[in-house]
Design a protein. Structure first.
Length: 195
C-alpha cells in the first residue's frame, strides 16, 4: 500500500490543538506502519464512494480515500464535521489539467432538493454556495463597485488553471470582497492559480 498525504489534510491538521495534532500524527504513523489499519477502527463512509474514516480518538477522525493499493489521508476533523466533509466531496481528475481534485459536489435527496456545500456548510448546493459568495459581495458593495478580477477570463482560461466547470460562473462573478470565501470552496490548485 502506498500512503499519500493531501494538502487538505495538512490544512485541517493545522486547525487542531497541539494535543489533537499529536494524536493525529501518531495515528497517521500507525497507518503507515500497518497498511491494514488494524486497531484503527476503519469505517466506510457510505454516502461517499472511496472514502473511509479512521478513529484517532473518541471524537477525532482521519478521512481517507482508498483507491486500489493507494490510500490518501485527505482530511482530519471532529467526528461529524469529518463525515460531512467526505460526504460533500469527490476525488476526481480535472478535465483539463488532469490534477486530482477534491471537488464539492451536489447530491439529490429523496425529497428532490439538492444538497452539497463548502467547509462548515450544513447543506448547500454548488449553486447555492456560489450564490452565497455573490450575495455577500452584493451586501458589501459601496457606491464605488468593487472590481471583478476574473470577469474577463474565458472558460478555457479558467479550466486551464484547474477551476472545475461547475464553478466557472461563480469565479467570473466574484468581486474583491468575495474572493476569499470563493477560494475556500475551490480546489487548492485553482485558488492558488487565480491568486
Amino acid at each position: 500500500m502506498t500512503l499519500l498525504y493531501a494538502s487538505t489534510f495538512t490544512k485541517s491538521l493545522g486547525r487542531l490543538t497541539g494535543a489533537e495534532q499529536k494524536l493525529v500524527k501518531i495515528t497517521a504513523f500507525d497507518l503507515a506502519q500497518d497498511e491494514g489499519g488494524n486497531g484503527l477502527q476503519l469505517h466506510r463512509v457510505e454516502a461517499a464512494p472511496g472514502f473511509w474514516t479512521a478513529r484517532v480518538s473518541q471524537d477525532l477522525r482521519l478521512v481517507l480515500h482508498k483507491d486500489g493499493a493507494r490510500t490518501l489521508i485527505a482530511y482530519v476533523d471532529h467526528h461529524d464535521a469529518a463525515y460531512r466533509w467526505a460526504e460533500r466531496r469527490r476525488l476526481i481528475p480535472h478535465e483539463r489539467t488532469g490534477a486530482m481534485q477534491f471537488v464539492v459536489v451536489a447530491e439529490r435527496e429523496a425529497e428532490g432538493t439538492i444538497h452539497g456545500g463548502g467547509p462548515g456548510a450544513v447543506s448547500r448546493s454548488i449553486a447555492e454556495a456560489a450564490s452565497a459568495v455573490l450575495d455577500n459581495a452584493e451586501v458589501a458593495r459601496s457606491p464605488l463597485l468593487p472590481a471583478r478580477p476574473f470577469a474577463t477570463l474565458s472558460d478555457d482560461q479558467l479550466l486551464d488553471v484547474g477551476v472545475p466547470r461547475e464553478w466557472l460562473a461563480a469565479v467570473r462573478a466574484a468581486d474583491e470582497t468575495s474572493v476569499d470565501e470563493l477560494f475556500d470552496l475551490l480546489p487548492d490548485e485553482a485558488a492558488e492559480a487565480l491568486l
